[in-house]
Design a protein around this ligand. Structure first.
Ligand code: SME
Length: 152
């Protein structure tokens, strides 16, 4: 499915106020995992209160031990401080990387901004080497912008 076709589905999920915010985020994870073949693990991390760490809010894919990630650690923790997209074509080439599963080959993390502040991120792991393009970045930026609208 094309990213352009997925956008209205993302908007539809997010506007359904009869579901909790976490449920809607989970449905986004399900949608992306189900429709984009190389999105094997999809999750949202958010800043954990006043702490300098990320907390996993919801995800789809293999269970992970990494529900809390300190700022600066791993790909996710680096994005929490850099405020920039991080595309990793080959996770084995990264020194500062937190492995979740040996089947993961690549990863993309896109920061989520609310009122200009980096408050979280969408994290995607892939079992395909080097699958992510600028189209993924633009699409995931769109997802995060839409998600930001429903957050406090
Ligand atoms: N690989 C991430 C850790 C989170 S898992 O991918 C779910 C990282 O290096 O930050």
């Amino acid at each position: 499915m094309l990213f352009e076709d997925l956008k209205p589905k993302v908007v539809d999920i997010l506007k359904n106020e009869s579901n909790s915010v976490t449920d809607r985020l989970h449905q986004i994870c399900q949608l992306l995992n189900k429709t984009i073949t190389y999105y094997d693990w999809v999750g949202f991390y958010f800043k954990n209160g006043d702490k300098e760490e990320l907390k996993l809010r919801t995800y789809v894919g293999e269970e992970t031990d990494h529900t809390i990630i300190p700022f600066g650690k791993g790909i996710c923790g680096q994005v929490a401080v850099s405020n920039e997209n991080f595309v990793v074509p080959d996770v084995q080439a990264q020194d500062n990387y937190i492995a979740c599963s040996f089947t993961v080959k690549s990863e993309i993390v896109i920061p989520l901004f609310k009122n200009g502040e980096n408050i979280g991120q969408i994290d995607i792991d892939s079992e395909t080497p080097d699958p992510f393009t600028e189209k993924d970045e633009r699409f995931l930026e769109f997802v995060n912008q839409e998600v930001a609208k429903i957050l406090e």
